[in-house]
Design a protein around this ligand. Structure first.
Ligand code: 8X3
Length: 250
């Protein structure tokens, strides 16, 4: 039987790649995002298997209305991929714009828990699954990560907490924790500086949205008795750095 996945943030990057990958594997995809034109283009490309659903995930009313209005063919969601999220700014906390912090919390945390809460009864009924997109930034602090890293640490712990609460329901939960992926992520983080974004990825052979999408599909298609709790990925070129020590030179 055809399975249905709802993927947030499918207008670019990992989300768009996931929509293409899941359709390629025979799934139906509810493709959500804010940019209607991009969702329509995706639906034109991928055909009947895609339902484009444009709304701002931070708008609780629009979100709930979109779910309540799902056409019958797409109403049986088997998998929720909470992919939508963003980083804004990479400077020190003291220089950050407070409204950027709130936008990250509203998108990466508040909207994610709102949609998850809305779909949980259905996912339990269908013995479905949830894949949350977290980040290595939630596991390892780095300068400039501040609130972004905090939101991703939340996502990781929320995924593990869901696993605990969904005990015995058959619902699977997986937290995916990627490092550097070449998407619009850095362009957005830098306030739309394309040159800086290109320079960030140049020569680094980063992961692609397709790499993460393939990983999500693998997780989703594992036998139902198997749960990957969390999965951390990096490109080979990315690794760890040491602790910083501010020495008193006096
Ligand atoms: C962002 C991953 O490595 O660019 O989620 O901080 S990294």
């Amino acid at each position: 039987m055809t399975k249905t996945v709802l993927i947030t943030g499918t207008t670019a990057g990992i989300g768009e790649a996931a929509a293409r990958t899941f359709v390629g594997a025979g799934w139906q995809v509810i493709a959500t995002g804010r940019r209607q034109d991009r969702l329509d283009a995706l639906a034109r490309d991928l055909g009947e298997a895609v339902l484009p659903l444009a709304f701002d995930i931070r708008d609780a009313k629009a979100r709930d209305a979109a779910i309540a209005g799902l056409p019958e063919r797409f109403a049986g969601v088997d998998l929720l991929i909470n992919n939508a999220g963003l980083a804004l700014g990479s400077g020190p906390a003291v220089e950050a714009d407070l409204s950027d912090w709130h936008t990250m919390i509203e998108t990466n945390v508040t909207a994610l828990v709102g949609l998850t809460h809305r779909l949980l009864p259905l996912l339990i009924e269908r013995k479905g699954a949830i894949i949350n997109l977290s980040s290595v930034a939630g596991n390892y602090p780095y300068p400039g990560g501040n609130v972004y890293g905090g939101t991703k640490a939340f996502v990781t712990q929320f995924s593990l907490g869901l696993r605990a609460d969904l005990h015995g329901t058959g619902v699977r939960v997986t937290n995916i924790e990627p490092g550097m992926v070449d998407t619009e992520f850095t362009f957005v983080r830098n306030g739309g500086d394309k040159e800086a974004a290109d320079a960030f990825y140049r020569g680094a052979d980063p992961m692609t949205g397709g790499d993460i999408a393939e990983t999500m599909l693998w997780v989703a298609q594992l036998p139902p008795h198997l749960n990957i709790n969390r999965l951390e990925l990096m490109p080979v070129t990315q690794s760890f750095n040491g602790f910083n020590i501010a020495r008193d030179e006096g």
